[in-house]
Structure formats: C-alpha cells, structure tokens
Ligand binder design. Structure first.
Ligand SMILES: NC(=O)c1ccc[n+]([C@@H]2O[C@H](COP(=O)([O-])OP(=O)(O)OC[C@H]3O[C@@H](n4cnc5c(N)ncnc54)[C@H](OP(=O)(O)O)[C@@H]3O)[C@@H](O)[C@H]2O)c1
Length: 355
C-alpha cells in the first residue's frame, strides 16, 4: 500500500517542498505505525527547510515537528496500545506524512473527543509555553510578563496559559495581531511602530518580571532592558533569522547556526556578569524532552486535560491538506498569522500548484 509524504529536496524557499509517493513504512520491533490526522506547521519547520535550525537534518528529509494520529499497526513487542487509539508525538522531523513509524515510548495517548488540529497545537506550542512559564520562569500570580510575537503560535499559547496563571501580560505584535492579543488578555504593543522597551517602562514603571523572547539575536539585549532588577529573559527562538519566511542574512545555514549559538552564549554569560541582577536563560523543548522525557509527557497530559475541560482553546489560523504544505509555508512566511497552521488529513484543497 502506498502513502504520501513531503520531502525537503534542498535548503531554500517553499519550492524545496516536494510531494513523494512511496510504499507505507512498516513498524520495526517496539514501533507503532501512526496514521497522521494532523501535523503542525511552525517557524522551526521553515528554519529547518532553510537549513538554519540547530536540528536541521541532512537532505532529503521530511519536515514536521509535531503530530496527532491513530495507531494503525503495532510492531512486535508493543503492548498497552490498541489499533485506532489516538496518539500524539513530537518527532521533530517526519510529521508531514500520511503514515509515520515511531517508537512506542515517543507516543502520548490523546483523550478521546478532542479535535486533532487543536490537540496537535498543544504538542509543540503549548508544551513550549507551559514549560517556559512554569519550569523556566516559575511565574507566580500577579507577576508581569512581556511576550514577544504574542499573536503567533507559541505567543498565543503563552497568553492563554498566562491568563490561567493570573499574570499581567504585555504582548508585542504587528497591528494585524493586536485584537487577538487583547482578546487573550494581553496589552498589545506594536513592535513595528513603537519602541517596546520605552513602552514597557511607560506602562509598568520599573519593567516586567519576565520576558519571553523568541526573536533572538541582539533583540535579547533589548528584552533585558525591559526587565525590572531581578527579572529574567527566557530566550527560546530565532524568529529574526528569517525575513518573510526566507533567510534574513546572506549567511549560509551552517554559518548562521553557529553565529546565533555564539550570540546566545554571550547573552547568557552577560546576564550573569553584568550588574542589574537580570538573567538570560535559554529554553529548548527538544533538549528538555531528551533530558527529561517524563516531564514532557506529564506536561502534555496536563495540557490535554486543560483542553478537555475547555480551559484553553488553541487558535487554528488555517487547515491545509498535506499536499498544501508549500502554501502553508508561504502563508506562515508572509507573517500576520494568528495562531497555528495545521496540515490535516482530508483537508480542503488549497487550489492548483500545491506542493
Ligand atoms: N526553543 C523552543 O523549544 C521552541 C519551540 C517552539 C518554537 N520556538 C521558536 O519560537 C519562535 C516562534 O515560533 P512560532 O511557531 O510561534 O512562530 P509564529 O507562529 O510565526 O509566530 C511568530 C510571531 O512573531 C511575530 N514577530 C516577528 N518579528 C517580531 C518582532 N521583531 N517583534 C515581535 N514580534 C515579532 C510575528 O508577527 P507578524 O507576523 O504579525 O509580524 C508572529 O506573530 C520561533 O523562533 C521558533 O523557532 C522555539
């Protein structure tokens, strides 16, 4: 039996995404073949396509950090799972496919009755937001936080979870995202028209307790200036390495990767050495999952429970079929997207010229 998956054929723009038809993969011992119902589309996917994300695999590869699907075939030695059971995973790559084989210990059961696109939004974006809030920042009710890119995938998750945690929230966004940010309980700050450091000090006086900075590079330094003494920047992304979804600098992927990691290291060291008691701490979902897999599982299960109780409601910007992966990347690259783009099985057609 055949299936479809998307491959990146060269590091570059959305045209690097191609549709491949091949035999369905067979699960090895200890693996489960998952029929993918929903795969998330995120900026880390675009960065891997451009070859600048630290997790970028060699070519050709199938992108896709997060998925929700159903167990389709169990390999030898798999126990405790039933065919047809709904499951989630964060494979980091490979989710843009109709079928994926994964080791059983990568799979987290999804409570029945949840929408697959909403459930998949929790796997990368909400776990990232939850762990940064509760494990990195250890945010307490009443604290003030600044969330950059607050209308985006991780940003909107931070707002929903921050509201539940009783935080006072400020969120940078372009004018297109301002109403979404205020609907989710944040005070929007237009990053294109306003100096966010001045604006935060005007609004709060001494600054915020925590800044969540997914923009990266020299932006982290400005985020540090928005802190009150004793505050913390949680640095977790490199949105500034892309412009309109393409490489922002002329540097090749590998050179860009090393440059960004050096800048990151300098800021973390500077946070400790400079006066003002303001720290910069890095966060990486993939490293936390590798080092503490039980925490990842526990946090994702807690989030599924919040979704089941309707305490959170992921914003789905748009659903595309798998063959529309190229359009999905083009849309995310253009910017102005509120929430998460999801590739869904049996999604509506994106029109001619699909990847
Ligand atoms: N460390 C981790 O474990 C981890 C996990 C997940 C994601 N990430 C990182 O998190 C970042 C966000 O990912 P995502 O999937 O949520 O992306 P996204 O959905 O595209 O959201 C990014 C948002 O940032 C906004 N933005 C762009 N430039 C900005 C600036 N200079 N100041 C303030 N906002 C700005 C965009 O707004 P407009 O489009 O309106 O301009 C957009 O709403 C990426 O860098 C990604 O690599 C890290």
């Amino acid at each position: 039996m055949r299936h479809t998956r998307i491959i990146v054929t060269h590091y570059g723009g959305p045209d690097a995404l191609q549709v491949l038809e091949e035999e369905r993969p067979e699960p090895k011992d200890g693996e489960v073949r998952v029929k993918v119902l929903a795969a998330g589309v995120s900026l880390p996917d675009l960065m891997m396509r451009e070859g600048i994300h630290p997790e970028t695999p060699p070519l050709p590869f199938t992108p896709g950090w997060d998925l929700v699907g159903v167990a389709d075939r169990l390999g030898d030695g798999v126990s405790g799972l039933e065919p047809g059971q709904m499951l989630a995973a964060l494979p980091i790559r490979g989710a843009y496919a109709e079928f994926v084989c994964l080791p059983q210990d990568e799979l987290v059961p999804v409570p029945s009755g949840l929408d697959a696109a909403e459930a998949v939004s929790l796997v990368l974006n909400y776990v990232t937001a939850y762990q940064m809030l509760h494990r990195s920042a250890k945010a307490r009710p009443g604290q003030r936080v600044l969330i950059h890119g607050a209308a985006g995938g991780v940003g909107s998750a931070l707002l929903q979870l921050g509201r539940l945690a009783g935080l006072e929230m400020y969120g940078t966004c372009s004018s297109r995202g301002a109403s979404a940010v205020s609907d989710l309980g944040g005070v929007p700050v237009d990053y294109r028209d306003q100096d966010f450091v001045k604006e935060i000090h005007r609004l709060t006086g001494e600054g915020v307790d925590v800044v969540f900075d997914g923009i990266g590079g020299t932006h982290i330094w400005r985020s540090r200036k928005a802190l009150r003494p004793g505050g913390k920047v949680v640095a977790y992304g490199l949105t500034s390495s892309l412009r309109e979804g393409r490489l922002a600098s002329g540097r090749s992927g590998r050179r860009q990767r090393f440059r960004e990691l050096r800048i990151f290291g300098l800021y973390i060291a500077g946070g400790w050495l400079l006066p003002g008691r303001k720290r910069v701490v890095p966060y990486s979902i993939q490293w936390l999952k590798r080092l503490r897999p039980a925490q990842f599982r526990q946090d994702l299960i807690a989030l599924f429970d919040l979704l089941r109780q309707q305490k959170i409601k992921p914003l789905i910007a748009q659903r595309f079929p798998l063959a529309g992966a190229r359009q999905a990347h083009e849309l995310l690259g253009k910017g102005g997207v509120t929430g998460k783009i999801v590739l869904v099985r049996d999604g509506s057609s994106p029109g001619p010229g699909a990847a």
